[in-house]
Design a protein around this ligand. Structure first.
Ligand SMILES: C[S@@+](CC[C@H](N)C(=O)[O-])C[C@H]1O[C@@H](n2cnc3c(N)ncnc32)[C@H](O)[C@@H]1O
Length: 265
């Protein structure tokens, strides 16, 4: 995120139609996380967590090696693009894990919320291309409001050659998700990484999970932000979900993938 110009860009973008309402909602939700429930959720995640590396290596070492190779490509491209645009393109989320799971589960229809510079979109599209099953990615974003020219940056990391299987919408989940769902029969893989408030999550997941295939995969990033994911999985058997965490501070929640314990036995 370009920090020097952020503030003036934020003010300029606030004047654009539809932006002020979304930004006000984000500010409100940042101060209403329910701290006791959140602390309980984080304690639960710490207890459950498995590192993405341990998981991928145990489930399929060959695909794990391929995912790590892809990670090298992403980092090289991000460095080159950062030099081109003149600022660091962040560090992305769990793109190697997303690549790995897409290669493993071979979804045909992927829906993701939250694109930003496009680390996750790049992972999904590259893995879909290697799968060769004709799968498609539908992405929903709301451009960074702290950047001067936000639309230009959305998904900038995704190479031109991978874009033919990509449908990208940038009007916010409230507008984008109903449009996306009108275009697909069912969803094989849903990655939620946009509005982190419990309300935003309830809205997006409420819509998309209804359409998740019975063998579908669901991932949510930054589940430590509030108790949303915990509330949904705490009554499930341990084999019903996976919590990924490379440390005790940041976690990704997953449903619909094999639990590590069952695979290791
Ligand atoms: C954490 S970033 C996504 C990172 C991305 N998945 C990656 O791997 O690089 C979150 C993104 O969600 C977008 N976002 C936030 N609120 C949104 C909303 N209500 N609808 C759609 N996108 C939203 C932000 O503008 C930002 O681009």
């Amino acid at each position: 995120m370009p920090s020097v110009r952020s503030f003036t860009s934020l003010l300029r973008n606030l004047a654009r139609p539809g932006y002020a309402r979304v930004i006000a909602g984000k500010v409100r939700s940042r101060f209403s996380n329910g701290s006791a429930a959140r602390a309980a959720a984080v304690a639960f995640y710490i207890e459950q967590r498995v590192t993405p590396e341990a998981y991928c290596a145990a489930i399929n070492p060959v695909l794990f090696a391929e995912a790590r190779e892809f990670g090298e490509e992403v980092r090289a491209r991000a460095a080159a693009m950062s030099a081109e645009v003149g600022f660091e393109l962040g560090s992305g989320g769990r793109y190697e894990l997303l690549y790995f799971l897409t290669r493993l589960h071979r979804p045909r229809t992927i829906v993701e919320t939250g694109v930003a510079y496009g680390y996750s979109s790049y992972a999904f599209l590259q893995a879909l291309e290697r799968n060769g099953d004709g799968g498609r990615l539908f992405s929903s974003d709301f451009p960074f409001f702290r950047a001067a020219d936000p639309e230009r940056l959305v998904g900038i990391l995704v190479p031109e050659a991978l874009r033919s299987n990509w449908s990208l919408r940038t009007k916010g989940d409230g507008v984008n998700l109903p449009q996306i769902l009108a275009e697909v029969d069912s969803v094989d893989f849903f990655h939620y990484d946009s509005d982190k408030s419990a309300r935003g999550r309830a809205f997006g997941c409420g819509l998309v999970l209804e359409r998740l295939a019975s063998n579908g995969v669901f991932l949510m990033d930054d589940i430590e932000d509030n108790a949303f994911f915990h509330e949904h999985v705490k009554s499930l058997p341990a084999a019903g979900f996976v919590v990924f965490g490379a440390s005790d501070r940041a976690f990704v929640g997953a449903i619909g993938i094999a639990p590590l314990i069952a695979q290791a036995e």
